[in-house]
Design a protein around this ligand. Structure first.
Ligand code: AMP
Ligand code: GLY
Length: 425
């Protein structure tokens, strides 16, 4: 099969790495890809959100199966465009991708089907929102209803902060159209984890759990980022909690979507809050997490291609995947300044030596090759990922590799997996 992966980050590098290892894959393309992906796939210069461009690339290259990595093209309907062109695709339709693209779509679905999540109301009117916030009190969570690149959520410590956030969003200054409506939610206490499961629209195949690190600096300090590191498995998401989240949250969601005529085919990424009363849904995403995907791919022992295809074909019912009992951990190297302004083009050295550390794979998130050199070309740049019998050993291996990378313009967190009870360095 000729396979196309859409995207160009660390998640797509990990997917390409796993797909390239499949005997079912005869030729692998990735668009736009990056310098690391170019080592396992042929990269084409087509933007991840360019729907006509990706479809015509697939037609030109006689692609049999397209795998869409990021959320934005899914929410914009890229899967529907591939399907309309007669190309098999991994990823939900535009309608089903509302699960990520619209907070109120998901909150209403949860309400209709009794799926445990934070209590909420949706507002387009500032006065009504203000009255609600005053009634509920703080802490309280304010969210832009639309897709806001992961930045549309304010956890407000005070009523005044919450009102300010709503005013900012509704005025359109802060998130444009994504903020035209706001969702105001109860603040949930607990520990956050991500759970992943494949769905073919009817059947569900649980994958595994992982935990992201969203803040830029050690100890979960500093601004929110796309994710600075992850590990899997996660001790707090033990088997019993995992099963409960599947039966109380994920399965009812897949059934509800099917019954309502919007079957979800692809990977469900459930952001969960594990609190005193058990798991509750924070949010859904309609694609693999980045960087959670990187640790999942390291632990997956089975061929991923038939599983992804079964999502498109409706064949997940009798499917099984084998997982390594080892732990995987990834450390993100980002350009200094990220998630705010940063410079591109600094040179990264020492990658060959780092990649030789036992159990280590280095996925590229934002790099380009120029005259035999590897240059930083983004905020998140490298994902140094390690597999080992324990999380602690995986962390040691990952940082051993990190320390062999010579890139003064980059930085990373040193405490990935501290919530798993591993002492901070
Ligand atoms: P979201 O984009 O919905 O995942 O929100 C981003 C982050 O805000 C989450 O990862 C949580 O850390 C936090 N958050 C969102 N909703 C809530 C909530 N209802 N209670 C507590 N924290 C939340
Ligand atoms: N790791 C966070 C995300 O992929 O949204």
């Amino acid at each position: 099969m000729r396979i196309l992966v859409v995207g160009g980050g660390g998640r797509e590098h990990a997917l390409c790495w796993a797909i390239a290892a499949s005997p079912l894959c005869t030729k692998l393309f990735c668009a736009p890809g990056n310098a690391g992906i170019a080592q396992v796939a042929e990269c084409a210069d087509v933007g991840a959100e360019d729907i006509p461009g990706q479809v015509s690339l697939a037609q030109r290259e006689k692609i049999d199966f397209a795998v869409i990595g990021p959320d934005a093209p899914l929410v914009a309907g890229m899967a529907d465009a591939f399907t309309a062109a007669g190309i098999k695709v991994f990823g939900p339709s535009k309608k089903a991708a509302q699960l990520e693209g619209s907070k109120s779509f998901t909150k209403e679905l949860c309400k209709r089907h009794n799926i445990p999540t934070a209590a909420y109301e949706r507002f387009t009117d500032l006065t009504k929102a203000e009255a609600y916030i005053t009634r509920q009190g703080a802490p309280i969570v304010v969210k832009a209803d639309g897709l806001a690149a992961g930045k549309g959520v304010i956890v407000a410590e005070t009523v005044a902060q919450a009102v300010e956030a709503v005013r900012d969003m509704l005025s359109g200054n802060r998130f444009g159209a994504a903020g035209a409506a706001v969702v105001i939610e109860e603040f949930m206490e607990g520990e956050e984890v991500s759970l992943f499961a494949l769905s073919d629209g009817e059947h569900v195949l649980p994958l595994a759990g992982a935990q992201d690190h969203k803040r830029a600096f050690d100890g979960d300090k500093g601004p929110n980022t796309g994710g600075m590191g992850a590990y899997s498995p996660v001790p707090i998401l033990d088997q019993a909690t995992f099963n409960r989240a599947m039966s109380e949250i994920v399965l009812p969601t897949v059934k509800a979507l099917k019954d309502e005529g919007t079957p979800f085919k692809g990977v469900l990424y459930a952001g969960l809050m594990i609190g005193k009363t058990g798991p509750r849904l924070v949010e859904y995403n309609c694609r693999f997490g980045d960087p959670e995907c990187q640790v999942l791919m390291m632990r997956l022992k089975s061929d991923i291609v038939p599983a992804l295809m079964a999502c498109a074909d409706g064949g997940l019912k009798h499917f099984d995947l084998r997982w390594s009992s080892d732990a995987a951990l990834t450390v993100i190297l980002a350009t200094k300044g990220y998630p705010d302004a940063y410079a591109r083009g600094s040179e990264i050295r020492g990658l060959e030596a780092a990649a030789k550390v036992e159990g280590v794979e280095i996925f590229h998130a934002g790099t380009k090759a120029e005259g035999g050199r590897i240059l930083a070309n983004g905020g998140r740049v490298l994902n140094v990922t390690a597999l080992a019998p324990t999380v602690q050993e995986a962390r040691e291996r990952a940082y051993r590799a990190v320390d062999l990378i010579d890139w003064p313009e980059g930085f990373c967190r040193r405490d990935i997996a501290w919530r798993a009870g591993i002492p901070r360095p």
